[in-house]
Design a protein around this ligand. Structure first.
Ligand code: R5P
Length: 303
């Protein structure tokens, strides 16, 4: 119980000082509710407004992908280097230590496997369960130009409606089918549709030409997808260019967990994203860390 004996009137009212209230700076997010902003601030590091999200949700449609056969062994050691982990509720509950503190971006759509038409997805997680898991955001695939385009857009808009009630942001993942070209024209179309229909964050692929127009036309943060495994220097160069051209971060999977040294790679990606380290310098850092980790423990220098 508060002590009443020494109670005095406070005098620190500073009546001439205007009230301070910092606006939330993340692109397109200043008008969101506090809970939504708070969750976004867990995903996008407040000091840079950028994120390194580690995507390991591949199993939801393609089973045990190379590098994800044992998430407990291959991914859990990376958690401390990721700003957020994009994964499924099955993997969260079975394998991800709650004490890791890594914000979860929860895969919330699914249905077809790689043996069927991938765009035929439905909502696969309720917002209530996302809240129970303490998800920082939910992720939904949107197939613009795909066979089930409207259904996938409807999945997203239904989640956006629910997200307003729960304060959990929606990340729209623009999925590009094999028959579509990943050029700026297509990516502008896909990302803008997602943002216009309410996605709080959009994930898309990098394109070598005019990616800056894709980022500029998207009114909410755009995170770059990694795609298939590339040599490390190429992946770091792609991430660097995306950041320079307006991305708010990366959501990379295979280029990290299929690297010869995933810890060294995620740290190099993080240096590119948060410190704007140039690709060659980041690659050099990757090589040095990778070389160090192959040495016996007693010969390693502190890093
Ligand atoms: C889209 O299908 C999923 O979110 C993927 O699991 C994720 O985008 C894959 O990441 P990456 O292409 O970097 O391996």
């Amino acid at each position: 119980m508060a002590d009443n004996d020494n109670r005095t009137e406070g005098d620190r009212f500073w009546p001439s000082e205007p009230p301070r209230s910092e606006p939330y700076a993340l692109k397109g997010s200043s008008g969101l509710d506090w809970g939504m902003q708070s969750r976004l601030a867990r995903v996008f590091r407040p000091s840079t407004s950028r994120t390194v999200m580690l995507a390991i949700d591949h199993g939801y449609f393609q089973g045990p992908t190379t590098g994800l056969e044992r998430v407990d062994l291959s991914i859990v050691p990376l958690l401390g280097y990721a700003d957020a982990l994009m994964t499924t509720r099955g993997m969260v509950r079975s394998t991800i230590p709650p004490a890791s503190g890594t914000p979860i971006v929860l895969r919330a759509s699914g249905g077809p496997s790689i043996l069927r038409e991938l765009s035929d997805e439905q909502i696969a997680v309720s917002m209530e369960d996302a809240a129970r898991i303490n998800a920082a955001a939910v992720a939904v695939q949107v197939f613009i130009g795909g066979q089930f385009e409207t259904q996938s857009v409807r999945n997203m808009t239904a989640l956006v409606d629910q997200s307003q009630r729960y304060g959990i942001p929606v990340l729209a993942v623009t999925a590009v089918g094999k028959e579509l070209t990943r050029d700026a024209r297509y990516l502008r179309l896909a990302t803008r549709i997602c943002a216009e229909l309410g996605a709080h964050v959009v994930k898309t692929y990098y394109c070598a030409e005019d990616f800056d127009t894709v980022a500029a036309a998207c009114p909410v943060p755009l995170v770059m997808a990694g795609g298939k495994k590339l040599p490390e220097l190429e992946a770091l160069t792609m991430a660097y260019r995306a950041m320079e051209e307006g991305a708010a971060g990366v959501d990379m999977g295979r280029n990290i967990f299929q690297s010869d040294d995933p810890v060294a790679m995620i740290r190099a990606v993080s240096a590119v994203v948060h410190d704007s380290l140039k690709p060659l310098a980041a690659y050099d850092q990757f090589l040095r860390r990778a070389a160090l980790s192959t040495q016996p423990a007693d010969q390693r220098h502190a890093d």
